[in-house]
Ligand binder design. Structure first.
Ligand SMILES: NC(=O)c1ccc[n+]([C@@H]2O[C@H](COP(=O)([O-])OP(=O)(O)OC[C@H]3O[C@@H](n4cnc5c(N)ncnc54)[C@H](OP(=O)(O)O)[C@@H]3O)[C@@H](O)[C@H]2O)c1
Length: 256
């Protein structure tokens, strides 16, 4: 399977791993020789992704995980703890857009809560539940799937198309996620757990199927490049950064 010695036997959890970029991240980590838990909120979709990866000879294990359901979050961490006793990689990939086609002025608190439940609170719930397991890894890594749409620098640049998008719940929830990323990175540095934000680039997935803007030409396989690069970094790798260009290059940073 071409697995590398560096990562063989490592344990990873990817949320929202039943499709899109998350499924490709899970596949790539499993190809490195990791045991990968595929978090999915729907049993049928999660099992289908698990079957697809198992058929490729990969160690993929479906775990029921709606990131907005605290009981499921705790049960998933308990299961991984019971099986493996540690977690080397957590990829917080699950994310939603709730506002395609809705003007900014049409957004109320209900849509804000819906987006924040998954993109921010779900992220914190899963990260918190996994922390004791991540701290047991000699090289714990957390990768948060963010977006340039959450960059205050780009949102305030009138020359940048990001500033014209008007996606109130998505942009503000990804901006909050960026702050979550940095605060966790600072808090966990001493424990040797590194936390970074990844921009997968513009990738045509179900997430932006209803987008009135360009969906890009990149597929989920390419979208996995930056998050996988971060997930495979060694103990001297970065923490507290926001990586990936619009074209998917991990070497470029996204401005906060
Ligand atoms: N596509 C892009 O251009 C792009 C750009 C920048 C950042 N991102 C980010 O990349 C990540 C993955 O997006 P994608 O493009 O691959 O989207 P996608 O194909 O729509 O996949 C999203 C995944 O998140 C899952 N999910 C949604 N709500 C969930 C919940 N409450 N609990 C658990 N899982 C949940 C979905 O599960 P279901 O199948 O059950 O709905 C699905 O597996 C997101 O965080 C997104 O914001 C994407």
């Amino acid at each position: 399977m071409g697995s590398s010695a560096a990562h063989r036997g490592e344990v990873a959890l990817v949320t929202g791993a039943n499709k899109g970029i998350g499924k490709e991240i899970a596949r790539r980590l499993a190809r490195e020789g990791m045991t990968v838990y595929l978090g999915a909120r729907d049993q049928e979709r999660g099992r289908a992704a698990e079957a697809e990866l198992l058929a490729q000879g990969l160690d993929a294990r479906f775990v029921r995980l709606d990131v907005t359901d605290q009981a499921q979050v705790e049960a998933a961490a308990e299961r991984i703890g019971a099986d493996a006793d540690r977690l080397d990689v957590l990829v917080n990939n699950a994310g939603i857009v709730v506002e395609w086609g809705v003007p900014t002025t049409g957004i109320g608190a209900a849509q804000m809560r819906e987006a924040f439940e998954v993109n921010v609170f779900g992220n914190v719930a899963v990260t918190q539940a996994c922390l004791p397991l991540l701290e047991r890894s000699p090289n714990g890594r957390v990768v948060n799937l963010s977006s340039p749409l959450g960059s205050l620098t780009l949102l305030t640049d009138p020359e940048n198309p990001i500033s014209t998008r008007g996606l109130l719940p998505y942009s503000s929830s990804k901006a909050a996620l960026n702050a979550v990323t940095v605060v966790y990175a600072n808090a966990l540095r001493a424990a040797g757990v590194r936390v970074n934000a990844a921009n997968p680039g513009l990738v045509a997935t179900d997430l932006n199927a209803d987008s009135p803007f360009s969906r890009g030409t990149r597929g989920p396989e390419e979208g996995a490049d930056v998050p996988v690069w971060l997930a495979l970094t060694g103990p001297d790798g970065p923490t507290g950064g926001f990586y990936g260009s619009m074209a998917g290059s991990p070497t470029e940073s996204v401005p906060w």
